[in-house]
Design a protein around this ligand. Structure first.
Ligand code: AMP
Length: 435
């Protein structure tokens, strides 16, 4: 028999760029999602959950070749049946796929949807960048109205504000409709062609496949060239100009702060008209400076549906927030509603008491009395110390004698007074204590 290789625990640790989310971190995620849902729900958005896996083409044709997401970052797998599936790298294309598949065009328009969950990109992990990360997103499908663009931008802004992110800035731009975008791309390509010898290889490649992406290049030489590059706003046709003007008017009316940024185009093939990103200022990792951290972004994508095989265009607009980053920045208490600060600490002593404990705890759960127990512990002083440490105002002590008598000892942790109370009167007694 061959000797099996001994597994080392560290060989099984979570994959690079992916992590466990537990304890208080988990509650913060849950609390954030609860808050974001509450706001989205108020504004008439409905929940939707699409599969984590989609057919590769949903993103390959939807998001577009020539984007990092599709070309470098997708986790792709072949199923045993031979299908090619990917772990979703973003949400928009999947939501549009679902709108088409579910025939949502037959419902009153527009359709307001929100979703949240994990997304996957095989990027280089670093602070604030994971391979499995979480987004909360909203999408409005079925109408072209500029009010909807403003609503989406506003909603993201409000969610960030409620999550305790201070000084959010919004960068805004428009790349117009198909006609304007084609004109603009022509001008942009013409411009960079003139400087092709100065372009670094990565941007020369982008010039062939997706010239818009040159505008958010990290290469110093390209950044210099970008200063004088043609600006999308100068290529908007009258319809696109009107749309953008209306979006801006809405945002001004709503008091949402924004700056127009000509280099912000969001690189994905499906964007049209309005594009935007949310930023927060954070202290930079190196030295004492500050830098901008992208917390979310979105835009209008009126022509995505046809890329996914729809006969008709389906106008739509949406945004996604990066939840991992928001929670890393936020100092607000984001406890979810299920989290209740314990008001009583249940302390038990001896085997007799232990077996009867769960019935008492369950009665207090029914009476909606938030409780902390230490059933795993035997020592009374360590249980009391725990109650003290957690600042729990009342302890219930249930020992051998009480178990036989059918009573408990209720101890006020502040003044240390104790009273014996029959088990069947306990819930009522605690309520009267008004803790
Ligand atoms: P995007 O649509 O790609 O701009 O993503 C929207 C937001 O999701 C970004 O602004 C980030 O806050 C967040 N995000 C995107 N990729 C990652 C990642 N790999 N790790 C953590 N957050 C991410």
């Amino acid at each position: 028999m061959s000797e099996t290789k001994k597994t080392r625990t560290e060989d099984l640790f979570s994959p690079k760029g992916m992590r466990d989310i537990a304890g208080n971190d988990y509650y913060r995620f849950q609390g954030f999602f609860e808050k974001a849902q509450e706001i989205a729900n108020f504004y008439g958005f409905e929940p939707i959950e699409t599969p984590v896996l989609e057919k590769t083409e949903v993103f390959a044709t939807g998001v577009g070749e020539g984007t990092d997401i599709v070309e470098k970052e997708m986790y792709e797998l072949k199923t045993k049946g031979g299908d090619s599936l990917v772990l979703r790298p973003e949400g928009t294309a999947a939501i549009m796929r679902s709108y088409i598949e579910q025939g949502m065009m037959n419902r009153p328009q527009p359709v307001y949807l929100y979703t949240y969950g994990p997304y996957f990109r095989h990027d280089k992990p670093q602070k604030g960048r994971y391979r499995q990360f979480y987004q909360f997103s909203v999408e409005i499908l079925g109408k072209t109205k500029s009010t909807l663009d403003a609503l989406v931008i506003y909603l993201g802004y409000k969610i960030l504000e409620e999550a305790g992110i201070k000084d959010v800035s919004i960068k805004l731009n428009s790349i117009g409709d198909k006609e304007s975008r084609t004109e603009y791309l022509r001008a942009l390509t013409g411009y960079y062609r003139k400087f092709v010898n100065q372009l670094p290889p990565v941007d020369r490649e982008r010039l062939k496949k997706n010239p818009l992406r040159i505008l958010d290049s990290k290469e110093e030489k390209t950044k210099e060239l970008n200063v004088n590059a043609p600006q999308a706003l100068n290529y908007l046709n009258p319809v696109s100009k009107k749309h953008f003007k209306e979006v801006i008017e809405h945002l001004d009316e709503l008091g949402v702060p924004y700056t127009i940024d000509h280099t912000m185009v969001r690189g994905l093939d499906y964007y049209t008209h309005t594009v935007f990103e949310y930023f927060a200022t954070v202290s930079s990792e190196f030295g004492d400076g500050t830098e901008s951290l992208a917390l979310g972004g979105g835009g209008r994508y009126d022509y995505l549906a046809k890329r996914l095989g729809s006969k008709k265009d389906i106008p739509a607009v949406g945004m996604a927030l990066g939840v991992d980053r928001i929670l890393e920045l936020s100092t607000t208490d984001l406890a979810p509603r299920i989290m209740k600060k314990p008001k009583v600490c249940f302390i038990q002593l001896g085997i007799e008491a232990k077996t009867k404990s769960l019935a008492i705890i369950e009665a207090l759960r029914k009476a909606k009395m938030p409780l902390f127990h230490a059933l795993g512990k035997d020592n009374i002083s360590s249980q009391l110390a725990q109650a003290e440490k957690m600042g729990i105002p009342v302890a219930i002590i249930f020992g051998q004698k009480e178990a036989i008598d059918g009573t408990v000892m209720v101890r006020n942790m502040e003044n240390r007074q104790q009273k014996t109370v029959p088990i069947e009167e306990l819930a009522e007694y605690l309520k009267k204590m008004k803790i």
